[in-house]
Design a protein around this ligand. Structure first.
Ligand code: NAI
Length: 331
């Protein structure tokens, strides 16, 4: 059996954390032969709830779970982690503006970036907590020891939502949808790029002849799906967000199969699409060997796609401006 992989998770007693931990511990992330250890971080008042989750983890008797640390100290949770998944923060509530969320959550990521920098030299980091692109930028900016290509912000839930919508419209299994790119920010300005997506190996725009649905219904349905779930459930997406986080880590950890790609926000410096540098921006990504990745180049983009891609970049520049006092030395 190989050495355990250590996964550190913040906000571990929250609803996404609860939906994620048991799948990781049971082998649902790295497979049935790979042991894992967990480093769980919570704020002090939530340690009691986290302890209850620990009892449940213990009661599952997972053979692959080789150790758990639960703590309110970031450096203890992150020590020697292979992956750090930053989930902890305030979820968006109905009526809360994006600007409110940015200012409420931003400061958490300065300290957590510093802690990763100090104790987790080989870590790769996935930021889930919203606004995830900008939180990731803040954390990265405080971790000069970690190369920029180890930082990711999650747009996989948007990709999965987009695939589900296309599959339902085309009347096929969701596994038939490939090459689904989410460009930009995990926000309403994201661009779910159906024009480069495939359904059963054919362009989605050929399989779905209803182009007004694609342009006018599909895009806003995907972009506003998070809000629709909050409205229906009274709480933000949890199981689907946890699932997307595991998909993101898995896609980064294993080479991409065939000609497919996945979506995740990465550092925009030097990207082939003319998006300004210095942002965490979602692109079509291929994992080369489970460690290195590249942005899929040369996708055709028409004027409409271009203007959407640019609008999302402008929003991310505005978010960066709003938190510039929180940015550290590593940018
Ligand atoms: P939740 O409120 O159930 O859990 C958040 C947990 O984080 C709480 O247990 C809280 O005590 C903890 N926490 C707060 N500050 C912390 C800190 N400084 N260090 C460690 N833990 C801390 O929220 P939920 O539903 O689990 O969502 C978590 C985050 O994920 C939210 O920011 C939400 O907006 C985001 N999210 C992102 C998605 C994406 O696609 N990128 C999708 C869905 C949610």
């Amino acid at each position: 059996m190989s050495q355990p992989i250590k996964v550190a998770i913040t906000g571990a007693a929250g609803q996404i954390g609860y939906a994620m931990l048991f799948r990781i511990a049971s082998g649902g992330l790295f497979g049935p032969d790979q042991p894992v250890t967990l480093g769980l971080l919570e704020i002090t008042p939530a340690l009691g709830a986290l302890n209850g989750t620990l009892m449940e983890l213990e009661d599952c008797a997972f053979p692959l779970l080789h150790g758990v640390t639960a703590t309110d100290q970031a450096e203890e949770a992150f020590a020697d982690a292979d992956w750090v998944i930053l989930v902890g923060g305030l979820p968006r509530k109905e009526g809360m503006s994006r600007a409110d969320l940015i200012r409420a959550n931003g400061p958490i990521f300065t300290g957590q970036g510093q802690a990763i920098n100090a104790v987790a030299p080989r870590a790769r980091v996935l930021v889930v907590a919203n606004p995830c692109n900008t939180n990731c930028l803040i954390a990265r900016s405080h971790a000069p020891n970690l190369p920029a290509d180890r930082w990711f912000a999650m747009t996989r839930l948007d990709e999965n939502r987009a695939k589900a919508q296309l599959a339902a419209k085309a009347g096929v299994n969701v596994g038939e949808v490939s090459r689904m790119t989410i460009w930009g920010n995990h926000s309403d300005t994201q661009y779910p790029d159906y024009k480069n997506a495939l359904i059963s190996g054919r362009p989605a725009t050929e399989v779905i002849p209803d182009h007004s649905w694609l342009a006018e219904t599909f895009i806003p349905t995907v972009a506003k799906r998070g809000g629709a779930v909050i409205k229906a459930r009274g709480a933000s997406s949890a199981a689907s967000a946890a699932n997307a986080a595991l998909d993101s880590v898995r896609s980064a950890s294993f080479p991409t199969k065939g000609e497919d790609w996945h979506s995740v926000a990465v550092v925009s410096d030097g990207n082939p699409y003319g998006v300004p540098g210095g942002l965490m921006y979602s692109f079509p990504i291929r994992s080369i060997d489970g460690q290195a990745w590249s942005i899929v180049p040369d996708l055709p983009l028409d004027g409409d796609a271009r203007s959407r891609i640019d609008a999302s970049a402008r929003e991310l520049e505005q978010e960066r401006e709003a938190v510039k006092d929180l940015l550290g030395p590593a940018l």
